[in-house]
Design a protein around this ligand. Structure first.
Ligand SMILES: Cc1cc2nc3c(=O)[nH]c(=O)nc-3n(C[C@H](O)[C@H](O)[C@H](O)COP(=O)(O)O)c2cc1C
Length: 340
């Protein structure tokens, strides 16, 4: 196995996971079941949890919010919050729980989170991010990273972006995951905020040119591995969200392309086989099969039978009393279709 050279100066970074390729934090999507499934396809991809608020970690069901299967590693916890003391407590708990990284959400534009000073609105309050990052770095020894936008409405100039990154870097953050569009904090839904403000990759490349010592990860609208590798000529990594969810077998080529690991990759059918014991264990604990299988509907995206697979697992599943028998039948069906 050959690991490709990384442009970051390692002496500046805390030891941590490689971020050459990661799957973005996505609420309701990148839960532990999706992550377990994704890990069956790629060994090296860095996975992120959904955003967990500091309040949920500190006052909620901790095993629910911090729990994961050890096979999900390398795994980063994304926190939402702005109170430095609370962020510090959560960072400590994240380290104790074995997370490889703690990430602060400074990119999510939802109203619900703005009211609590969480997410993209924090780009307008750099001092809160500075204080939070410092407190987290003091509280744990894993890397602390920040995921943010290139700006927010009313604070969207390049100088303001440089000011934000510069201040947060001074606080000790070495890694910036940059969603290459601004967030519009009023009038657009979170979904619209992921599509409407135009992507401006050139801004992220400029940031890397101006902060060559930082690890700069590009996020937003990436779907094609060749194009991602092009960005990697100058940037340090790519983070993929929706495409990794809707077309998860994209991850099958990541270990070879981004990590130089030529070890054999599971076929789609082998992935389904490897997922079966996990589903069986989940059922035994009283869970429902669709908690897991709702995340795998895109596995055959682009292949004959993709729609059939999706339909059987999303409709028949709610009618059956024998979910594993249905699963086996769907797998058999797909084996037949792949052979045809
Ligand atoms: C359903 C969904 C939920 C998301 N939840 C989060 C989140 O919890 N934290 C976060 O930082 N970004 C969240 N995002 C934004 C993604 O992490 C990512 O920045 C965005 O989708 C752009 O990347 P993409 O074009 O590759 O999807 C979410 C996106 C989607 C589609």
């Amino acid at each position: 196995m050959s690991i490709l050279p990384c442009p970051v100066q390692p002496s500046l970074s805390r030891p941590g996971p490689s971020r050459r390729f990661s799957v973005a934090p996505m609420m309701d999507w990148t839960d532990r079941h999706y992550r377990y499934f994704a890990r069956l396809i790629s060994r090296h991809t860095l996975l992120y949890t959904e955003m967990v608020t500091t309040g949920a970690v500190l006052h909620g069901d901790r095993s629910r919010f911090l729990g994961y299967h050890p096979q999900e590693q390398p795994l980063a916890l994304q926190l939402g919050g702005s109170d430095a003391q609370e962020l510090a407590q959560c960072a400590r708990l994240a380290e104790e729980a074995g997370y490889a990284e703690v990430n602060l959400n400074v990119g999510c534009p939802s109203d619900r989170v703005q009211n609590n000073l969480i997410g993209a609105c924090l780009m307008g309050h750099p001092q809160l991010v500075v204080d939070g990052v410092k407190a987290m770095l003091d509280a744990c020894s894993v890397p602390v990273t920040v995921k943010h936008r290139i700006g927010i409405n009313g604070r969207d100039s390049y100088e303001q972006l440089v000011d934000f990154v510069g201040q947060v870097h001074e606080a000790g953050c070495q890694t910036f995951i940059v969603h290459a569009r601004i967030a519009i904090l009023e009038g657009l839904s979170p979904k619209e905020n992921r599509d409407i403000p135009p992507l401006r990759y050139e801004v992220v490349h400029q940031l890397k040119a101006d902060f060559p010592q930082l690890e700069i990860i590009l996020n937003g609208g990436l779907t094609d591995l060749d194009a991602m590798q092009q960005h990697m000529q100058t940037l340090d990594g790519v983070m993929v969200g929706r495409e990794a969810y809707h077309n998860p077998y994209l991850l099958a080529d990541v270990d070879r392309r981004f990590y130089g690991d030529d070890a054999p990759v599971r076929s789609r059918i082998e992935v389904l086989g490897a997922l079966r014991p996990y589903i069986a264990a989940h059922l035994e604990q009283g869970g429902a099969m669709h908690h897991v299988t709702r995340h795998i509907l895109g596995l055959f995206q682009g292949l004959p039978g993709a729609r059939h697979f999706r339909r059987r697992l999303s409709t028949e599943i709610h009618r059956t009393e024998q979910p594993l028998a249905l699963y086996d039948d769907v797998v058999e069906d797909m084996i037949g279709r792949m052979r045809a």
